[in-house]
Design a protein around this ligand. Structure first.
Ligand SMILES: *[C@@H]1O[C@H](CO)[C@@H](O)[C@H](O)[C@H]1NC(C)=O
Ligand SMILES: *[C@@H]1O[C@H](CO)[C@@H](O)[C@H](O)[C@H]1NC(C)=O
Ligand SMILES: *[C@@H]1O[C@H](CO)[C@@H](O)[C@H](O)[C@H]1NC(C)=O
Ligand SMILES: *[C@@H]1O[C@H](CO)[C@@H](O)[C@H](O)[C@H]1NC(C)=O
Length: 481
């Protein structure tokens, strides 16, 4: 009886899956990264996802490389003068309040660059893939980052956040090789740079931080290949580099301003999948939290969508960390690092104190929003400073319980030397994760405004380098959806 039932479930599941696969629509502007006329942009974030101060001579840390391609030639849509625009310099459409404010200026510069890159499409026009680079240094004496969205004054430095001294929250040097035709019929372009403003890249990258994204493609065939490198240094031991598909309007994960991006219709749980190819060449050491994949959204604790009010908006993340060296902090003796419960693919709820059944080793760390009013003890609240508002993070690890969703199910899957093409049922998995909500409120619609892949090297004690290639990125939903 039981065998027959599971066979029936299997057959039904296959039918549902096949109808999904055959009749799916892409939610991104450039399905599978196959469009010769590339749209890619760069954004630099400080510890709380703002700019703070611009790096001298670099302009505001927003840049783009967008071009149309035909008859073997490129028509660039964004000039290097546009990319160098920095606070105080006007551009078409800028509002007076943004002109002299580095944070607002960057936000409006992103909208301006997007207007140059925009591709008309249905249901909405779209703009670019986004390379996101973030400096994890936090100078608590700077007063730059709010606490769970509340403005807070400077406070003394502790060992908790890395900072070598005044200026540690700087934006990086940014060099841009505009996409051009290389010999051998290939298109190639890049962004690279370092946070060590005094050193620069002239003397190589020994002892300094470094980031680089190189994109390459043979016109008319295949996907763009995005090769990434990220290196930490003594002064910059915590760095993040991701390639993001962000919503084309509204907020994107972790960003409380209007954004521009690739996701024509932001995907909603449970009905979407993410397809991509990932080849990691170098992992970035034991602290490298490589995300295959990170999804970000925002909703309030009462389940309503975010509206830009940083006191009540809450960023929500789900991140699968595939570094096999990343331990599960969640354990039967450390329940505060586990979500209150796990839901199986068969929709069975397992409480975290059910030590015989809870999959502890599937969770690296769970933390609750710092502004939640009805938390269940024991609890660990998320870092209050590293987003413009409170945040909630579910970090998971490869484990057999995720296999049903096509996620890595064993340590080492997808890691160095195991390059693969993945088709992840991100919608299915994210629909069954625990996220905090106030008791008695209507469950939030889980609409994801940001999907990204890359690594967060989380306070390395020596210089580490991560290196990976990403291609074929797509987000698919059933056609009827
Ligand atoms: C911006 O700064 C410039 C020069 O510092 C000044 O002339 C201008 O009035 C300022 N504009 C606004 C809107 O504050
Ligand atoms: C960074 O990119 C520039 C081109 O913009 C290139 O000349 C330089 O070699 C790159 N630096 C490193 C260290 O790869
Ligand atoms: C990097 O640091 C090491 C150790 O301090 C030193 O021996 C080496 O010369 C440095 N390399 C460069 C290029 O500065
Ligand atoms: C587990 O937690 C639930 C709810 O938090 C509680 O009702 C139950 O008594 C706990 N079980 C054990 C064995 O501690």
């Amino acid at each position: 009886m039981e065998a027959k039932l599971s066979l029936l479930v299997f057959v039904l599941g296959t039918m549902i899956c096949c109808s999904f696969c055959n009749a799916s629509v892409s939610l991104v502007g450039d399905p599978g990264m196959r469009r010769d006329g590339l749209r890619v942009a760069f954004e630099g974030w400080n510890f709380c996802n703002e700019v703070g101060g611009e790096a001298p001579g670099m302009g505001s840390p927003r840049a783009a490389d967008c071009f149309d391609y035909s008859s073997s030639s490129l028509n660039h849509l964004v000039s290097e003068d546009d990319n160098k625009l920095g606070v105080g310099k006007p551009f078409p459409g800028i509002s007076p309040s943004a002109l002299n404010n580095t944070d607002l200026y960057a936000m409006e510069k992103e909208l301006f660059l997007a207007s140059l890159c925009e591709v008309a499409d249905k249901p909405t026009p779209w703009h670019f893939w986004m390379v996101m680079l973030k400096n994890g240094n936090f100078d608590t004496k700077s007063g730059l980052c709010p606490e769970n969205g509340k403005k807070t004054g400077p406070f003394p430095r502790t060992g908790r956040f890395p900072c070598f001294g005044t200026g540690c929250m700087n934006q990086p040097l940014l060099y841009h090789q505009q996409t051009a035709v290389l010999g051998g019929d290939r298109l190639r372009g890049s962004f690279n740079g370092t946070y060590e403003l005094d050193a620069g890249l002239g003397g190589g990258i020994d002892n300094i931080s470094f980031y680089e994204v190189v994109w390459e493609k043979k016109p008319g065939s295949g996907s763009w290949s995005f090769s990434h490198r990220l290196k930490t240094s003594k002064k910059y031991p915590w760095l993040m580099l991701y390639l993001r598909a962000d919503a084309t309007r509204g907020f994107s994960g972790g960003y409380h301003y209007q954004t521009r991006g690739m996701l024509k219709s932001p995907p909603e749980s449970p009905n979407f999948k993410v397809k991509l190819s990932l080849d990691i060449k170098s992992g970035g050491g034991p602290k490298s939290q490589f995300y295959l994949i990170d999804i970000g959204s925002c909703w309030k604790n009462d389940g309503s969508p975010c509206n830009g009010d940083v006191l009540t908006d809450v960023t929500r993340y789900c991140e699968m960390i595939i570094n096999p060296e990343t331990p599960a902090w969640c354990s039967p003796t450390n329940l505060n690092a586990c979500p209150p419960y796990h839901i199986t693919p068969q929709d069975k709820k397992i409480l975290r104190n059910d030590t015989a059944n809870f999959p502890y080793s599937a969770y690296h760390y769970y933390c609750s929003p710092g502004n939640a009013k009805h938390l269940k003890q024991p609890v660990s609240t998320c870092d209050p400073y590293s987003n413009p508002q409170a945040q909630e993070i579910v970090q998971i690890l490869p484990h057999p319980i995720w296999a049903d969703y096509g996620y890595p199910s064993k340590k080492g899957e997808g890691w160095v030397g195991d390059g693969r093409t993945w088709e992840l049922d991100v919608g299915g998995l994210s629909s069954r994760l625990y996220f905090y909500q106030d008791p008695g409120t209507t469950p939030a619609r889980r609409i994801w405004s940001s999907i990204d892949v890359g690594t967060e090297i989380f306070i390395s004690d020596k210089d580490e380098i991560a290196e990976w290639t990403l291609s074929d990125f797509d987000v698919l939903a059933p056609a009827s959806h």
